[in-house]
Design a protein around this ligand. Sequence first.
Ligand SMILES: [Zn+2]
Length: 260
Amino acid sequence: MLGSMLLLALLSAPTPAPGPKPVVELPFRVVLDAGHGGTNGGCHTEDGAIHEKDVTLALALDVQRELRQRLPHADIVLTRNEDQTLALADRVASANAGAADVFVSLHANASPNHDQTGFETFVLDAQASSTEAALIARRENAGEQSSPATGGAVPQAQAMVEQLRATAHRGAAIALAQAIQREQGARFPARADRGVRQASFDVLLGVRMPAVLFEAGFLDHDGDQRVLVEEQQRQRVAEGIAAALVEHYRRTSRGTLRAD
Ligand SMILES: [Zn+2]
Protein backbone atom coordinates (compact mmCIF):
# COMPACT_ATOMS: atom_id res chain seq x y z
CA MET A 1 0.00 0.00 0.00
CA LEU A 2 2.73 2.37 1.07
CA GLY A 3 4.70 1.38 -2.02
CA SER A 4 1.86 2.15 -4.42
CA MET A 5 1.22 5.50 -2.70
CA LEU A 6 4.86 6.39 -3.12
CA LEU A 7 4.74 5.36 -6.78
CA LEU A 8 1.62 7.49 -7.29
CA ALA A 9 3.30 10.45 -5.61
CA LEU A 10 6.35 10.05 -7.82
CA LEU A 11 4.28 9.77 -10.98
CA SER A 12 2.22 12.83 -10.13
CA ALA A 13 5.25 14.92 -9.15
CA PRO A 14 5.70 17.84 -11.55
CA THR A 15 8.53 17.44 -14.00
CA PRO A 16 11.28 19.95 -13.29
CA ALA A 17 11.21 22.87 -15.67
CA PRO A 18 14.04 22.77 -18.23
CA GLY A 19 16.72 25.27 -17.34
CA PRO A 20 20.43 25.52 -16.71
CA LYS A 21 21.79 22.41 -15.06
CA PRO A 22 23.46 22.83 -11.68
CA VAL A 23 27.16 23.50 -11.88
CA VAL A 24 29.55 21.23 -10.05
CA GLU A 25 32.85 22.85 -9.21
CA LEU A 26 35.91 20.59 -9.22
CA PRO A 27 38.05 20.36 -6.10
CA PHE A 28 40.70 23.07 -6.03
CA ARG A 29 43.41 23.32 -3.38
CA VAL A 30 45.65 26.38 -3.25
CA VAL A 31 48.72 26.74 -1.06
CA LEU A 32 49.70 30.33 -0.28
CA ASP A 33 53.20 30.58 1.09
CA ALA A 34 53.89 33.70 3.15
CA GLY A 35 57.64 34.10 2.60
CA HIS A 36 60.05 34.13 5.57
CA GLY A 37 58.73 34.36 9.17
CA GLY A 38 59.98 34.09 12.74
CA THR A 39 63.73 34.59 12.97
CA ASN A 40 63.88 35.04 9.20
CA GLY A 41 62.53 38.53 8.59
CA GLY A 42 63.41 38.78 4.90
CA CYS A 43 64.13 42.26 3.59
CA HIS A 44 62.89 45.46 5.20
CA THR A 45 62.10 49.11 4.68
CA GLU A 46 65.05 51.49 4.63
CA ASP A 47 64.44 52.51 8.25
CA GLY A 48 64.14 48.86 9.27
CA ALA A 49 60.67 49.38 10.75
CA ILE A 50 58.72 47.03 8.49
CA HIS A 51 59.86 43.52 7.65
CA GLU A 52 59.03 41.43 4.61
CA LYS A 53 57.79 38.54 6.78
CA ASP A 54 54.90 40.69 8.08
CA VAL A 55 53.99 42.03 4.65
CA THR A 56 53.91 38.54 3.11
CA LEU A 57 51.68 37.19 5.89
CA ALA A 58 49.25 40.12 5.58
CA LEU A 59 49.15 39.64 1.81
CA ALA A 60 48.62 35.86 2.11
CA LEU A 61 45.67 36.44 4.46
CA ASP A 62 44.24 39.05 2.07
CA VAL A 63 44.51 36.65 -0.89
CA GLN A 64 42.93 33.85 1.14
CA ARG A 65 39.95 36.04 2.09
CA GLU A 66 39.53 37.31 -1.47
CA LEU A 67 39.78 33.87 -3.05
CA ARG A 68 37.25 32.40 -0.60
CA GLN A 69 34.75 34.93 -1.90
CA ARG A 70 35.49 34.16 -5.53
CA LEU A 71 35.75 30.36 -5.22
CA PRO A 72 33.81 29.38 -2.08
CA HIS A 73 34.35 25.67 -2.69
CA ALA A 74 38.15 25.94 -2.89
CA ASP A 75 40.46 24.82 -0.12
CA ILE A 76 42.93 27.65 0.50
CA VAL A 77 45.78 26.79 2.83
CA LEU A 78 48.55 29.01 4.19
CA THR A 79 51.99 27.57 4.95
CA ARG A 80 51.95 29.73 8.08
CA ASN A 81 49.20 31.71 9.81
CA GLU A 82 51.43 33.56 12.25
CA ASP A 83 54.95 34.88 12.74
CA GLN A 84 56.68 31.54 12.71
CA THR A 85 60.05 30.23 11.49
CA LEU A 86 59.51 27.61 8.78
CA ALA A 87 62.02 25.37 7.07
CA LEU A 88 61.87 25.22 3.29
CA ALA A 89 60.97 21.55 3.59
CA ASP A 90 57.89 22.45 5.66
CA ARG A 91 56.66 24.88 3.02
CA VAL A 92 57.08 22.31 0.25
CA ALA A 93 55.62 19.51 2.37
CA SER A 94 52.45 21.56 3.04
CA ALA A 95 51.85 21.65 -0.68
CA ASN A 96 52.82 18.10 -1.61
CA ALA A 97 51.17 16.32 1.34
CA GLY A 98 47.80 17.86 0.60
CA ALA A 99 48.13 17.24 -3.14
CA ALA A 100 47.53 20.91 -3.84
CA ASP A 101 46.69 22.13 -7.33
CA VAL A 102 48.79 25.26 -7.24
CA PHE A 103 51.47 26.89 -5.06
CA VAL A 104 52.09 30.62 -4.78
CA SER A 105 55.00 31.92 -2.71
CA LEU A 106 54.59 35.58 -1.73
CA HIS A 107 57.54 37.91 -1.24
CA ALA A 108 58.63 41.52 -1.24
CA ASN A 109 61.89 42.86 -2.54
CA ALA A 110 64.65 45.36 -1.77
CA SER A 111 67.43 46.62 -4.00
CA PRO A 112 71.03 47.53 -3.14
CA ASN A 113 70.61 51.21 -4.09
CA HIS A 114 66.97 51.50 -2.99
CA ASP A 115 66.06 52.65 -6.50
CA GLN A 116 64.16 49.69 -7.94
CA THR A 117 60.39 49.50 -8.16
CA GLY A 118 57.65 47.25 -9.52
CA PHE A 119 56.25 43.73 -9.34
CA GLU A 120 57.40 40.52 -10.98
CA THR A 121 56.53 36.83 -10.98
CA PHE A 122 59.11 34.06 -11.12
CA VAL A 123 58.90 30.51 -12.36
CA LEU A 124 61.52 27.91 -11.54
CA ASP A 125 64.44 27.47 -13.87
CA ALA A 126 68.06 26.48 -13.35
CA GLN A 127 69.04 29.30 -15.69
CA ALA A 128 68.13 32.71 -14.35
CA SER A 129 66.68 35.08 -16.96
CA SER A 130 69.17 37.77 -15.92
CA THR A 131 71.97 38.42 -13.45
CA GLU A 132 69.55 40.49 -11.42
CA ALA A 133 67.02 37.64 -11.32
CA ALA A 134 69.79 35.33 -10.11
CA LEU A 135 70.68 37.81 -7.35
CA ILE A 136 67.06 37.99 -6.19
CA ALA A 137 66.90 34.19 -6.05
CA ARG A 138 70.19 34.06 -4.14
CA ARG A 139 68.91 36.57 -1.57
CA GLU A 140 65.62 34.73 -1.10
CA ASN A 141 67.34 31.33 -0.89
CA ALA A 142 69.91 32.57 1.62
CA GLY A 143 67.28 33.69 4.07
CA GLU A 144 65.43 30.40 4.19
CA GLN A 145 66.26 27.46 6.40
CA SER A 146 66.89 24.31 4.45
CA SER A 147 65.61 20.94 5.44
CA PRO A 148 67.50 19.52 8.45
CA ALA A 149 67.87 16.33 6.41
CA THR A 150 69.94 18.04 3.77
CA GLY A 151 71.74 20.26 6.28
CA GLY A 152 72.24 23.20 3.98
CA ALA A 153 71.56 24.13 0.41
CA VAL A 154 69.48 21.73 -1.66
CA PRO A 155 72.00 19.19 -3.03
CA GLN A 156 72.74 19.63 -6.71
CA ALA A 157 71.65 16.12 -7.74
CA GLN A 158 68.34 16.50 -5.92
CA ALA A 159 67.91 19.94 -7.44
CA MET A 160 68.36 18.51 -10.94
CA VAL A 161 65.74 15.82 -10.36
CA GLU A 162 63.31 18.37 -9.00
CA GLN A 163 63.97 20.71 -11.93
CA LEU A 164 63.03 17.92 -14.30
CA ARG A 165 59.84 17.19 -12.37
CA ALA A 166 58.93 20.87 -12.46
CA THR A 167 59.10 20.97 -16.25
CA ALA A 168 55.86 18.97 -16.36
CA HIS A 169 54.08 21.94 -14.80
CA ARG A 170 56.09 24.63 -16.53
CA GLY A 171 53.44 25.67 -19.04
CA ALA A 172 50.77 26.05 -16.37
CA ALA A 173 53.19 27.93 -14.09
CA ILE A 174 54.10 30.39 -16.84
CA ALA A 175 50.44 30.96 -17.72
CA LEU A 176 49.67 31.64 -14.06
CA ALA A 177 52.66 34.00 -13.76
CA GLN A 178 51.48 35.88 -16.84
CA ALA A 179 47.96 36.14 -15.42
CA ILE A 180 49.31 37.50 -12.12
CA GLN A 181 51.32 40.17 -13.97
CA ARG A 182 48.36 41.07 -16.19
CA GLU A 183 45.95 41.40 -13.23
CA GLN A 184 48.44 43.57 -11.31
CA GLY A 185 49.01 45.74 -14.38
CA ALA A 186 45.26 46.26 -14.78
CA ARG A 187 44.95 47.43 -11.16
CA PHE A 188 48.19 49.41 -10.96
CA PRO A 189 48.85 50.83 -14.44
CA ALA A 190 51.33 53.35 -13.03
CA ARG A 191 53.50 50.70 -11.36
CA ALA A 192 56.42 49.07 -13.20
CA ASP A 193 55.55 45.65 -14.63
CA ARG A 194 58.86 43.78 -14.40
CA GLY A 195 57.36 40.79 -16.17
CA VAL A 196 57.58 37.05 -15.83
CA ARG A 197 61.11 35.93 -15.09
CA GLN A 198 62.87 32.73 -14.23
CA ALA A 199 65.40 31.79 -11.58
CA SER A 200 66.31 28.94 -9.28
CA PHE A 201 64.32 29.50 -6.10
CA ASP A 202 64.79 26.75 -3.54
CA VAL A 203 61.21 27.10 -2.29
CA LEU A 204 59.87 26.22 -5.75
CA LEU A 205 62.11 23.14 -5.98
CA GLY A 206 60.28 19.99 -5.07
CA VAL A 207 56.78 21.43 -5.30
CA ARG A 208 54.93 18.92 -7.45
CA MET A 209 52.37 21.24 -8.99
CA PRO A 210 52.41 24.52 -10.91
CA ALA A 211 54.31 26.92 -8.65
CA VAL A 212 55.24 30.58 -8.89
CA LEU A 213 56.96 33.14 -6.68
CA PHE A 214 55.49 36.63 -6.67
CA GLU A 215 57.65 39.61 -5.71
CA ALA A 216 54.96 42.15 -4.85
CA GLY A 217 57.20 45.22 -4.81
CA PHE A 218 60.24 46.85 -3.26
CA LEU A 219 59.87 47.56 0.45
CA ASP A 220 62.73 50.06 0.35
CA HIS A 221 60.98 52.15 -2.33
CA ASP A 222 58.52 54.78 -1.04
CA GLY A 223 55.80 54.20 -3.65
CA ASP A 224 55.98 50.41 -3.51
CA GLN A 225 56.10 50.46 0.27
CA ARG A 226 52.79 52.33 0.38
CA VAL A 227 51.19 49.74 -1.91
CA LEU A 228 52.35 46.91 0.31
CA VAL A 229 51.65 48.48 3.69
CA GLU A 230 48.45 50.47 3.17
CA GLU A 231 45.59 48.06 3.66
CA GLN A 232 43.39 49.24 0.77
CA GLN A 233 46.21 49.10 -1.76
CA ARG A 234 47.48 45.74 -0.52
CA GLN A 235 43.92 44.45 -0.81
CA ARG A 236 43.98 45.39 -4.50
CA VAL A 237 47.24 43.48 -4.93
CA ALA A 238 45.52 40.50 -3.30
CA GLU A 239 42.49 40.87 -5.59
CA GLY A 240 44.80 40.65 -8.60
CA ILE A 241 46.43 37.45 -7.34
CA ALA A 242 43.02 35.95 -6.55
CA ALA A 243 41.72 36.83 -10.02
CA ALA A 244 44.75 35.13 -11.60
CA LEU A 245 44.17 32.03 -9.48
CA VAL A 246 40.52 31.89 -10.55
CA GLU A 247 41.69 32.10 -14.16
CA HIS A 248 44.18 29.29 -13.48
CA TYR A 249 41.40 27.16 -11.98
CA ARG A 250 39.08 27.74 -14.93
CA ARG A 251 41.86 26.98 -17.40
CA THR A 252 43.22 23.85 -15.72
CA SER A 253 39.85 22.36 -14.79
CA ARG A 254 38.48 23.24 -18.24
CA GLY A 255 35.80 25.34 -16.66
CA THR A 256 33.16 23.60 -14.64
CA LEU A 257 31.46 20.26 -14.94
CA ARG A 258 27.72 20.25 -15.39
CA ALA A 259 25.77 17.66 -13.42
CA ASP A 260 23.70 15.31 -15.59
ZN1 LIG B 1 61.42 37.07 0.31
